[in-house]
Design a protein around this ligand. Structure first.
Ligand code: SF4
Ligand code: SF4
Length: 285
């Protein structure tokens, strides 16, 4: 049975409303590949970039379990085991396998998973069964014309789709998946990457739509201009505040995302202990 939204607001740093939380999380980089092609995506394996989509190495579910034990030993304030890449958590089976191992060995940890949502309707029952407590779905548009400017392709059930056809499949699956998972009592957070030139005036429609589908909290992530969207600008503080003010009419808004790496460990925005945790795991290889 998933932990309640109320409990998440107390123990999950990303659900804490208003003030910053002192609770920590460990991101487990077990998911290598992806099944869609976001135009701003630049997945990298390195030690120095501090942003989503980056990890020092992809590890196995068993190594992830070992890393969780080590992280808790170093910092007992780690309450959340999250999987957010570096690719998509449902493009391979490693994330769900990792959560099964964590469920057995660390049943009190909050299990947190991020996905682009393409495979959500297919895998929702497994997500519910393994006891994921909070699910984050990145929904950058609910209009295929806008989504097609942000994502160039999806690979769904072995077939590659592009443009608006791809966008329609992605949006349909994201919303159907959110409805299914939210109906089970699992808390759903939605992330939107704010791209001033493309979806700035679409935030209200996204927030309203995902709230109606059952999402509980909304997180606006400023674009890091890179890859195919290097020509776009990073949102200004005014753009971000305006987007939050629009969204909060429909849904709780998360105010302090630190845009963490896929292997971040510690309190978001605080000291990161991932080097201590993962170097020990990787040195044993
Ligand atoms: Fe990259 Fe994530 Fe988009 Fe996949 S869903 S292309 S990993 S940003
Ligand atoms: Fe929380 Fe944002 Fe870090 Fe995810 S990326 S753990 S939402 S602070």
């Amino acid at each position: 049975m998933a932990k309640s939204y109320q409990e998440l607001t107390q123990n999950h740093p990303c659900f804490a409303r208003g003030q910053k939380s002192n609770k920590g999380r460990i991101h487990l980089p077990v998911s290598p590949g992806c099944n869609i092609a976001c135009k701003f995506c630049d997945r990298q394996i390195n030690d120095y970039e501090d942003r989503p989509g980056v990890a020092s190495e992809v590890i196995s579910p068993e190594e992830a379990l070992e890393a969780v034990g080590r992280a808790i030993a170093i910092n007992p304030d780690i309450h959340v085991a999250g999987i957010a890449g570096p690719g998509d958590t449902l493009a391979t089976d490693f994330a769900l396998k990792t959560f099964r191992l964590i469920k057995d060995k660390f049943p009190d940890l909050i299990k947190c998973m991020s996905t682009n949502g393409l495979m959500l309707p297919d895998r929702a029952d497994e997500i519910i069964d393994v006891g994921v407590d909070s699910l984050t779905v990145t929904v950058n548009a609910v209009d295929p014309k806008i989504q097609a400017q942000l994502n160039s392709a999806v690979v769904y059930h072995g077939k590659r789709y592009t443009g608006e056809e791809a966008a329609k499949i992605l949006i349909h699956n994201q919303l159907e998946g959110i409805r299914k998972v939210a109906a089970s009592g699992t808390s759903v957070k939605v992330n939107t990457v704010l791209v001033p030139e493309i979806n700035k005036d679409h935030i209200e429609t996204i927030a309203k739509t995902v709230s109606e589908a059952g999402a509980k909290i909304y997180n606006i992530i400023p674009l890091i201009p890179q890859a195919e969207l290097a020509w776009c600008s990073a949102p200004t503080c005014h753009d971000i505040e305006r987007a939050k003010a629009t969204a909060i009419k429909y849904i709780d808004v998360f105010m302090h995302c630190s845009r963490c790496r896929a292997d971040a460990v510690g309190v978001p925005g605080g000291i990161d202990i991932s080097k201590l945790v993962y170097l020990k795991v990787l040195n044993t290889k």
